[in-house]
Design a protein around this ligand. Structure first.
Ligand code: ZN
Length: 400
């Protein structure tokens, strides 16, 4: 019986409905696929759905961002031949907001497979550099000193940094003044005045004696490197109207050479000692590409010899003035420290002589004589080589 029972049970087992199992599996599969498809639609993972869907703006933006992200990660740079050397040179350590600067970027080997650089500014976004190396200070970057860093993106680990001082943008519609210093440099006083100008992001013009430039070329170089204008005040401070021929020529040429030796650049401005010029002097000066720049406001610092007096006189400056001071005197140091921030607080832009003329649309041609710019009359208060018999005669006694 038992065996028959066993025998009975056995055939029952073989009758298990396999077809039912397969059908069940297929149903489950179909259901799972359906749920998955619905889930996908709800999450929004399909590109087709996003494009056809009538989404609101926010969603569209997110999706565009996602797509862009995917695209950038797809592009892989060819780093097979990385850089071995990278140099980045800025033509100057300063710039004005509103100006741009072309950087000199070099790398080795010349056929490096990925020359793309990643630029960063120590103050995020204040200064940018384009792909072809054009540096652009963005709005609001004036009165900032930043460190710019270029990093290779080819895995070489190479990088280069430099510091950049950004002067405020010049607004030609606002008042501006050109502070000028004669007779220097004198390291003891000139450097402290340069510190004050640098701290305030202010510019000035230094009319150096060729002789002193020869003694202290590093101070003249510092003036130049800070973006100050460097002009000549002759070689040995002789009254040019008393010279002629070779002697006159030598006073000019030796001073131009001394300044070029210190800065690497020839000056374009000359401040004649005692403001003394005549037709002969203007012609000789013009032959060296120099323009004669006298002044419209004399602080008479050499006469008063007091910081308070120099300060008070300088604060009388009005728009377009060219102010005469001397950077060789100790008593002027405190005056400079005070009037630089105070003039700026009163709304004056402290600019170089060339910047003043350029921003007022006036020219400084070789062999001409100037005293100040005039925003209302093109040539007011100015004398040119053509109509000057001896314009210096009236100014001969006004300067030390
Ligand atoms: Zn002088």
């Amino acid at each position: 019986m038992a065996s028959s029972r066993r025998a009975d049970k056995a055939p029952k087992k073989t009758k298990v409905p396999i077809g039912k199992y397969i059908l069940g599996a297929v149903v489950i599969c179909v259901l799972l696929c359906g749920i998955f498809a619905i889930g996908k639609r709800l999450i929004g993972g399909s590109g087709k759905t996003e494009q056809t869907g009538n989404n609101n703006g926010k969603e569209s933006q997110t999706q565009t961002g996602k797509a862009a992200e995917e695209k950038t990660t797809e592009v892989k740079a060819d780093n097979s031949n990385p850089m071995t050397k990278l140099t980045v040179k800025a033509p100057a350590g300063y710039l004005r907001e509103g100006e741009t600067m072309q950087l000199d970027i070099k790398y080795e080997p010349k056929d490096a497979s990925n020359p793309t650089l990643k630029w960063t500014c120590s103050e995020d976004g204040l200064v940018t550099v384009s792909e072809d190396g054009e540096l652009v200070p963005e709005e609001g970057s004036g009165k900032h000193t930043v460190t710019m860093t270029a990093e290779a993106t080819d895995g070489s680990g190479l990088s280069q940094s430099f510091e950049l001082m950004i002067y405020p943008k010049i607004d030609p519609s606002q008042p501006m003044v050109a502070i000028t210093f004669d007779d220097g440099p004198n390291p003891d006083t000139t450097n402290v005045m340069l510190d004050a100008l640098e701290e305030n992001y202010a510019k000035a013009t230094f009319f150096c004696l060729g002789q002193n430039a020869g003694y202290y070329p590093e101070v003249v170089k510092r003036e130049y490197d800070l973006g100050m204008e460097v002009g000549t005040h002759t070689f040995s401070h002789v009254q040019l109207t008393k010279l002629s021929g070779d002697a006159l020529d030598e006073e000019i040429s030796k001073s131009v050479d001394a300044i070029k030796e210190a800065t690497g650049v020839k000056p374009v401005l000359m401040r004649p000692p005692y403001g003394a010029v005549n037709k002969t002097v203007l012609k000789a000066v013009g032959g060296y590409g120099l323009c004669c720049m006298n002044w419209s406001l004399d602080t008479e610092d050499w006469k008063t010899k007091k910081a308070d007096a120099t300060y008070a006189e300088t604060m009388k400056a009005v728009d377009g003035d060219v102010v005469l001071l001397h950077d060789i005197h100790e008593y002027n140091v405190d005056a400079v420290k005070r009037f630089v921030p105070d003039l700026m607080a009163q709304g004056f832009q402290l600019v170089t002589v060339s910047e003043l003329y350029k921003n007022r649309g006036e020219t400084l041609d070789p062999g001409t004589l100037h005293f100040r710019t005039d925003p209302t009359t093109e040539s007011a208060g100015e004398t040119t080589a053509a109509d000057a018999d001896d314009p210096g005669a009236q100014a001969e006694t006004t300067e030390e």
